[in-house]
Design a protein around this ligand. Structure first.
Ligand code: CMX
Length: 136
């Protein structure tokens, strides 16, 4: 795995949290994107070296809605950049980690993504993400 690509933060209300994070980070939200397959709307912020993704549920079935109901707002996942997601998924599988999707799926901000079960990673939902290039 490479660097931390972003931190995902579950929020109840993007309209309230976007201006809050703009003030906190002193930068503007550069992108909002709905990911229908995940039942979320996302908002992204970039600081010098770090990226923050805010996530709001669009359905009670969303992983974000369930997370907030159980634990309240807060850090939902840590995402690592990977050069080759297929290879990294295979490596993690062979090490015994449970992957939450069999194949990489299309996530927000032009990425192929895969999640690793938080029960296998000391309680931290971990995401692999690979930038989608024209070759993929
Ligand atoms: N971080 C840490 N632990 C988490 C968690 C998270 N984000 N979400 C759930 N858990 C814990 C629960 O607290 C629970 O622990 P306990 O049994 O100790 O109470 C355990 O995992 C199982 O949780 P659950 O509520 O029974 O199961 P869910 O149906 O909520 O599924 C998970 C949990 C992680 C498997 C599911 O949320 C998932 O598949 N996530 C991956 C997809 C995702 O998160 N999509 C949203 C983001 C998309 C994006 O970034 O674009």
């Amino acid at each position: 795995m490479e660097h931390i690509e972003h931190l995902g933060i579950a929020v109840k209300d993007l309209e309230a949290s976007i201006p809050l994070y703009e003030k906190l980070l002193n930068t503007v939200c550069y992108k909002r994107e709905e990911v229908k397959s995940e039942n979320v709307i996302t908002a992204f912020f970039q600081t010098s070296n770090n990226k923050i993704e805010l996530l709001q549920a669009t359905s009670p079935e969303s992983a974000i809605a369930k997370f907030i109901e159980k634990r309240g707002e807060g850090i939902h996942h840590v995402a690592f950049a990977v050069a080759d997601i297929y290879k990294e998924m295979e490596r993690l599988r062979s090490e015994g980690f449970r992957l939450l999707n069999e194949q990489p799926k299309k996530g927000a901000d032009n990425k192929l993504i895969c999640f690793v079960h938080p029960k296998d990673t000391s309680g931290v939902l971990t995401e692999l993400c690979q930038e989608i290039s024209e070759q993929v």
